[in-house]
Design a protein around this ligand. Structure first.
Ligand code: BEZ
Ligand code: FE
Length: 318
């Protein structure tokens, strides 16, 4: 039987337990499994059942982990130092904690748990740290390019429900990096709207926008996460992608990517966010191709077709 922790022991108890109390420190658990039980039991009276579940499971798994790897005191001290460094490098523009979650695959897992989408719906993937609210609203086939650098790419498709019907008036909030690898929020330049925009689908569900062909880029690797990647022989690269959040009344909000099917790192994304169903071909187009949108100058450009299928929010009606 596990020994009760001092916190959960009833008051006024007599006998052997009380006599031991007088001479022993707070916890009477001496064996590792007794200590684990005591730590779990310390949450027994938590009034919030969900919080109780989470904390008890967290303690159970943390203790199992420490036992599994036979964690030494030096290693635990190193871990505390890494967490301290993680806090110190985090600010309102950079969350090293989110980066840990991404680089350990936890963001992707939580995302999958939160989005058990029906078959056929476009898959979701991680948000990443570079989304910012209030991107400018832009017209159908409008360009997000504020400062020409990368090769223009027309992204187009139709937003549909799971039966194939068009969804009109859906909003696509799009952001991506440029040929220098950077997102607008990472630059100090004045073009904070560069390569970001909000677009609406038309009556037939169609949408289109002009961005650039994205390139692979490294997640921030000058902090503790970067140290971990280097120490473990992992690279910090993400394959080329365009981010979008698609929302429409009556449908689940979709946070996803378009991945360039020809990109490097599709099989080793540093944040485990690649889903095969999200790979798309960027097709090279001739400067004189009549389909070239007016917002693209007469030079080489790409197009990529990407239909999006949204899952309806269940109404509870049959
Ligand atoms: C991104 O795709 O923007 C991203 C995702 C996770 C970590 C870093 C960057
Ligand atoms: Fe990204």
């Amino acid at each position: 039987m596990p020994t009760r922790s001092a916190n959960s022991a009833p008051c006024g108890g007599g006998g052997r337990l009380a006599r031991r109390r007088a001479t022993e420190p707070m916890t009477t658990s001496t064996r590792a499994d007794e200590l684990t039980h005591a730590a779990i039991a310390s949450f027994n009276n938590c009034p919030d059942p969900r919080l109780k579940d989470i904390l008890q499971s967290l303690v159970r798994h943390l203790h199992a982990f420490a036992s599994d790897v036979q964690l030494t005191q030096d290693e635990w001290a190193q871990a505390i130092a890494i967490l301290t460094k993680t806090g110190a490098i985090t600010d309102d523009k950079r969350s090293e904690f989110i980066l840990w979650s991404d680089a350990l695959g936890l963001s992707g897992l939580v995302d999958s748990l939160a989005n058990p989408l029906p078959a056929g719906a476009t898959e979701a993937t991680v948000l990443g740290p570079f989304w910012t609210p209030n991107a400018p609203k832009r017209d159908y086939a409008g360009s997000m390019i504020e400062r020409p650098l990368g090769t223009p790419a027309l992204v187009h498709g139709v937003i549909r429900d799971l039966r194939g019907g068009p969804i009109a008036g859906a909003e696509l909030d799009v952001w991506q990096n440029d040929a220098n690898g950077l997102y607008a929020v990472q630059e100090s330049a004045p073009d904070q709207d560069h390569l970001r925009g909000r677009f609406s689908s038309r009556a037939d569900g169609s949408y289109a926008f002009v961005g650039v062909r994205p390139i692979p880029y490294a997640i921030p690797d000058d902090g503790p996460v970067g140290d971990m990647l280097a120490a473990t022989g992992r690279h910090p690269w993400r394959p080329a992608h365009i981010h979008m959040i698609v929302s429409a009344p009556g449908y689940h909000r979709l946070q996803t990517h378009i991945f360039d099917s020809a990109s490097r790192y599709l099989d080793s994304d540093a944040v485990f966010a690649v889903k095969r169903s999200l790979l798309r071909d960027f097709v090279v187009r001739d400067p004189d191709d009549p389909a070239r949108p007016t917002s693209i100058e007469r030079a080489e450009w790409y197009s990529v077709e990407n239909d999006i299928l949204l899952a309806p929010i269940a109404t509870g009606c049959a």
